[in-house]
Ligand binder design. Structure first.
Ligand code: ATR
Length: 282
């Protein structure tokens, strides 16, 4: 570090658990960028001053985590189409004049899915959930031309509202609500709800067979195998947990921050090391 070290960071509350400082700092070192990435735990009332201070202090970019992904939006100058639809921003970069907000969560998930399955074009996908994560993932899946997107949610109206918004953006896409999950699930199944974080519950009734699924995914990364993924594995179905989404939302943010290709393996190793230390997740 010297007088020219550039500063990036993450705002949220809390942020002490975040893996991003280690992951991004390792990436800067690997590609030879003189920069650091720090956690900033701030209160909601400080948010406007925080963004002003970042400009004065020459913070060049930052990530946004819970609970400010929506609250930060009024303080930005430009918001990407994806972030606008999702209604949340997780990555902000300063272009020398304006703060520009993006959302890399859905992109991160889709990148992780493609790493596992290759192209996802033409696949049928069922999403469980209609919250912020489902929104960003649905948008990114439709950009990849999935053949059919089916959405289930505990609160039906929220799913219907999401489908309407998505249909307006992708008029040719086949997007449907499913109100009871069939006895057999097919294609790619993705859990975006928080059900399974406790390591005990599953969003799917045990009577639903996963045999015909091509892949079962969960955005939860701790535990690394939720009950849903465990039952898919038992049925011999390939599974994907949320670690890849965490990694690739970070690599996409890094590329937005620096305009430099992210050192994916360095970032993956940092993330896996952090997960192992924090949760004994492998
Ligand atoms: P995130 O940003 O992680 O997506 P969110 O926007 O709060 O978080 O969305 C949480 C999702 O998990 C929603 O789809 C929610 O369903 P509702 O819209 O019915 O609230 C779903 N969810 C949370 N707890 C659930 C539970 N116990 N059973 C089923 N779905 C649940």
């Amino acid at each position: 570090m010297d007088g020219k070290t550039k500063l990036f960071g993450i705002i949220g509350n809390p942020v002490t658990h975040s893996f991003s400082p280690a992951m991004h700092t390792a990436a800067f070192q690997a590609v030879g960028i003189n920069a650091v990435y720090l956690p900033f735990q701030i209160s909601e009332s400080f948010l406007p001053d925080c963004i002003l201070s970042f400009r004065e202090l020459h913070v060049l970019g930052f990530n946004v985590t819970v609970p400010y992904k929506e609250a930060v939006m009024p303080f930005l100058d430009v918001i990407s189409e994806e972030a606008r639809l999702i209604g949340a921003v997780n990555t902000v970069v300063y272009n020398g004049n304006q703060w520009i907000g993006y959302n890399t969560d859905g992109l991160g998930f889709v990148q992780s899915l493609k790493e596992k399955t290759g192209s996802i074009q033409g696949n049928q996908v069922t999403l469980l959930g209609a919250g912020g994560s489902a929104r960003s993932i649905a948008y990114s899946l439709l950009k990849e031309n999935v053949d059919r997107l089916t959405i289930w949610n505990r609160t039906q109206e929220k799913a219907e509202q999401l489908i309407e918004e998505l249909q307006n953006l992708f008029p040719d896409a086949d997007i449907r609500y499913i109100n009871n999950l069939e006895s057999e699930s097919t294609g790619i199944l993705i859990n975006t709800t928080s059900v399974g974080m406790d390591g005990k519950s599953s969003p799917l009734d045990s009577s639903v067979s996963l045999q015909a699924c091509k892949l079962t995914a969960d955005i939860i990364y701790n535990p690394s195998r939720t009950p849903l993924l465990r039952s898919a594995e038992k049925a011999g179905i390939p599974v994907l947990n949320g670690i890849g989404m965490l990694l690739y939302q970070g690599t996409a943010a890094f590329e937005i921050f620096t305009g430099t290709q992210a050192p994916v393996e360095v970032m993956r190793k940092s993330l896996l090391d952090s997960l192992h230390v924090s949760f004994n997740v492998k």
